[in-house]
Design a protein around this ligand. Structure first.
Ligand SMILES: Cc1cc2nc3c(=O)[nH]c(=O)nc-3n(C[C@H](O)[C@H](O)[C@H](O)COP(=O)(O)O)c2cc1C
Ligand SMILES: CCCCCCC(=O)C(=O)O
Length: 375
């Protein structure tokens, strides 16, 4: 089978990976409404292709540098957990692919290889360390300090997971991580006074009950307390992931956040919420260029990336496609996935009459039908 699109990679991955693991990747929360709408909503936007524009030179590089680095395209791999379920080198392979392709990666707190190991594999690409804040703050504090020491540029605070979404596929499959899956970031933690602290391995959770895995996470996070606390323990930038409305973007900026990441966790958390591409305009308009705005959720083609850039995103990220690439062919599979996206973005730009990312603007797209309105 020729692997030409991300859908092809998805199909091939489904044939290679055990069903309960593939379901864990693919599934969303509740009725899967958010998950499905993340994809469907892109097709409500249409590109106005301009002709007779000199597009003999196409430049996919982002409009602005990210952490002082010039990447090849405004595309990156979003944080997702447990890459060794897809391929033995796990996050080392994913990050290595990003490094070779010259795009950034965000590493999950729940990666199997540690932040330092991944940074060694991808010194330029490993820029975001994704953070869950645990009820035991000493745990998160050590994760942050280790990330800073390893050379990460920013903490990506996941703000949409006070509890884990209801993922019925995992419950039906009695899904539970195998015990031999490493949690690289949680090894040898101590409370700073020499006392060991442990985060329970998800194998200790009740089979099929993901909620028991998430009860270590602090559900009391809030802008007023959490952001100043994070700023007091690190000099890295602090970004917020999981924002889907302008009001929260404003509150995040008021609290001192350095960047906004529009996300609904790939439809795995709040069901029946806004698809990210629909939420983007409100967030961009509220942010007014004060901090960068990134987006993930259902991005699968160059046209999807183009539409998000046109609405005003500075960068666009993919989650599941990296897992599919890994499952198909390890590091080379992730490189293939990224090359497909970059080529597709480049061709879309050429056909739309926008030779550089700076040429893509709201004038480049239209939207069918009424947008949501506030009640
Ligand atoms: C299997 C899986 C694990 C994930 N793990 C994390 C995680 O550890 N931390 C986090 O902030 N987001 C996590 N995410 C969400 C992604 O960062 C991202 O928001 C989402 O996958 C984007 O949607 P997409 O998969 O449609 O591209 C995970 C997503 C998947 C599919
Ligand atoms: C204790 C919470 C673990 C969640 C890790 C992975 C994740 O975010 C996901 O969506 O799955």
């Amino acid at each position: 089978m020729k692997l030409l699109t991300l859908d092809d990679l998805e199909k091939k991955a489904s044939q290679r990976i055990e069903k309960s693991v593939f379901d864990f990747w693919q599934s969303g929360a509740g009725d899967l409404s958010t998950l499905k709408e993340n994809r469907n909503a892109f097709s409500r936007y249409k590109i106005i292709g301009r002709t007779m524009v000199d597009v003999s030179r196409l430049d996919t590089s982002p409009k602005n540098e990210l952490f002082g680095k010039k990447f090849r395209a405004p595309i990156g791999v979003a944080p997702s957990s447990h890459h060794t379920l897809a391929s033995p080198r796990g996050e080392l392979a994913t990050a290595g692919a990003c490094e070779n392709t010259k795009v950034p990666i965000g590493l999950s707190s729940y990666s199997n290889y540690s932040g330092a190991e991944v940074k060694d594999a991808a010194p330029n690409s490993a820029v975001f360390f994704q953070l869950y804040v645990f009820k035991n703050r000493k745990v998160s504090e050590q994760l942050v300090r280790r990330a800073e020491q390893a050379g990460y540029k920013a903490i990506l605070l996941t703000s949409d997971t006070p509890y884990l979404g209801q993922r019925y596929a995992d419950a039906r499959n009695n899904f539970r991580l195998p015990r031999n899956v490493r949690l690289g970031n949680f090894e040898d933690l101590d409370d700073g006074k020499g006392n060991k602290i442990k985060i329970p391995h998800p194998v200790e959770q009740k089979k099929g009950d993901s909620q028991t895995a998430s009860n270590v996470i602090d559900p009391s996070l809030n802008w007023a307390e959490t952001i100043p606390w994070l700023k007091s323990i690190t000099n890295m930038q602090i970004w917020a992931k999981g924002i889907i409305c302008g009001e929260d973007a404003q509150l995040a900026i008021d609290a001192g956040i350095d960047g906004i990441w529009v996300s609904n966790h790939g439809g795995r958390q709040l069901d029946e919420t806004l698809p990210t591409i629909e939420a983007l305009q409100d967030v961009v308009d509220a942010v007014k260029g004060r901090v960068p705005v990134h987006l993930d959720g259902g991005v699968r083609t160059g046209a999807d990336i183009f539409k998000a850039l046109a609405i005003g995103a500075d960068f666009v990220w993919v989650g599941r496609p990296a897992l599919w690439g890994l499952a198909c062919n390890g590091q080379k599979g992730v490189e293939k996935m990224l090359e497909i996206l970059i080529k597709d973005l480049s061709i879309t730009m050429g056909l739309a009459g926008t030779p550089s990312v700076a040429d893509i603007s709201r004038k480049s797209i239209v939207r069918f039908g009424p947008r949501y309105s506030k009640l």
